[in-house]
Design a protein around this ligand. Structure first.
Ligand SMILES: Cc1cc2nc3c(=O)[nH]c(=O)nc-3n(C[C@H](O)[C@H](O)[C@H](O)COP(=O)(O)OP(=O)(O)OC[C@H]3O[C@@H](n4cnc5c(N)ncnc54)[C@H](O)[C@@H]3O)c2cc1C
Length: 347
């Protein structure tokens, strides 16, 4: 395993932004991963695990530690399990490759997650979800390297603390575990999940196959600039930049008053416990941040209000942060709601 120095991180991110890593290596086997960790400990520097860089904002100064680019990428192992099939997937497997392969062999459970960039090891971290599915619904267990014990361990799904865009990996146990493989439980011959409005509209009364659903999700994503397409400025993003805020129901009346509208006209989804989830994209629109908004080299995607983009390809992290801060301040001033950034900030 080779450790390199001062490696620019921008090319490893979908935003194409970020300064250098002081140390950088690829790890393709458990031994290489352990060697990398030993190196960082010897040098007394921090570790950052890099997947596909699709949920990442790297500072212009870069990272003063070791970036480990995970490349575990063996073939998917299929294990029959009663009326289901278990799929063991290495952390370095590109997520969409996995989704495409299982749809092609008729295994249902992740078809709505087609087109999400990044690697499989990144999916449990923020419990990726889209179009009516999230990985928490099909993950059985996650194999990790525990950086406290330096042992490889298996964490059952019930120990992963999955919730909306969170898990123990990005909250209570951030930085403790490196995911090396994920086991999913998928259903042979399953009917595709068509609960999401966009998919219902797309298919009408038709009964699509899993592959047709996979294709439709990618098509819908592309129309929203949420599919990575080379050289398209709208896809130089880190996906949705803000989480949908979950607020007390009482917040609705304040917003309604502010916008001079009825509470019923505010889009929201009940979240239980007297709380409701508001679409962050709607809040941005109401605060004057529309699709195609420009601020220097940064901007908002012309097809998706929630995607902040490196508009010209020349944006820095500071440019993105300036736009982010302007949006957060305006939404807070108008509605008293504090937006939370979704991509991980590496600095
Ligand atoms: C165009 C676009 C569309 C997107 N659409 C969606 C969407 O619909 N739904 C959604 O949920 N997300 C979406 N995302 C966000 C992103 O693709 C996912 O969060 C993805 O799972 C991140 O994986 P990654 O490999 O790129 O992780 P990275 O960006 O490399 O890393 C993100 C975080 O996960 C950690 N991490 C990565 N791999 C591991 C590992 N093996 N072990 C431990 N920690 C690890 C990193 O340290 C970092 O903290 C989108 C992004 C883009 C650019």
């Amino acid at each position: 395993m080779q450790i390199e120095e001062q490696i620019p991180l921008a090319p490893y991110t979908t935003l194409r932004i970020g300064g250098p890593a002081r140390f950088f290596c690829h790890a393709a086997t458990p031994e290489e991963l352990l060697d990398a960790v030993a190196f960082a400990r010897k040098r007394h520097v921090g570790i950052f695990v890099l997947g596909g860089g699709s949920n990442l904002l790297v500072s212009d100064a870069g990272f003063d530690g070791l970036v480990i680019h995970l490349q575990f990428n063996g073939p998917i192992v299929f294990i029959p399990d009663g009326d289901a099939v278990l799929c063991d997937v290495d952390a370095g497997t590109p997520w969409n490759d996995f989704v495409q392969e299982v749809c092609a062999v008729g295994l249902g459970g992740v078809e709505c997650l087609a087109g999400i960039p990044g690697l499989t090891g990144g999916t449990p971290v923020q419990n990726v979800g889209a179009y009516g599915q999230e990985v928490a619904q099909t993950i059985v267990r996650v194999t990790v390297l525990d950086l406290e014990t330096l042992h490889f361990e298996e964490l059952g799904s019930e120990h992963c603390g999955f919730a909306y865009r969170t898990s123990i990996f990005n909250t209570t146990h951030r930085g403790r575990y490196i995911v090396t493989s994920v086991r999913f439980r998928l259903t042979p011959g399953a009917r595709p999940n068509l609960t999401y409005a966009d998919l219902k509209r797309h298919f009408g009364d038709d009964q699509p196959t899993l592959v047709e659903t996979y294709d439709a999700v990618r098509q819908i994503r592309r129309s929203k600039g949420m599919l990575l397409v080379d050289e398209e400025p709208d896809s130089r993003s880190a996906g949705s930049f803000f989480k949908n805020p979950v607020v007390p129901l009482a917040a609705l009346s304040a917003i309604a008053e502010r916008l001079n509208m009825t509470e019923e006209a505010i889009p929201n989804w009940p979240a239980g416990g007297g709380r409701t989830k508001l679409p962050a994209a709607w809040l941005l629109d109401q605060a004057g941040f529309h699709r195609g908004y420009e601020m220097g080299h940064a901007g908002i995607s012309s097809r998706h209000t929630l995607a902040l983009i490196n508009r010209t390809g020349l944006a820095t992290c500071a440019d993105i942060c300036q736009l982010r801060d302007a949006i957060v301040a305006e939404v807070a001033a108008r509605f008293g709601i504090q937006l939370e950034q979704e991509p991980v900030y590496l600095r």
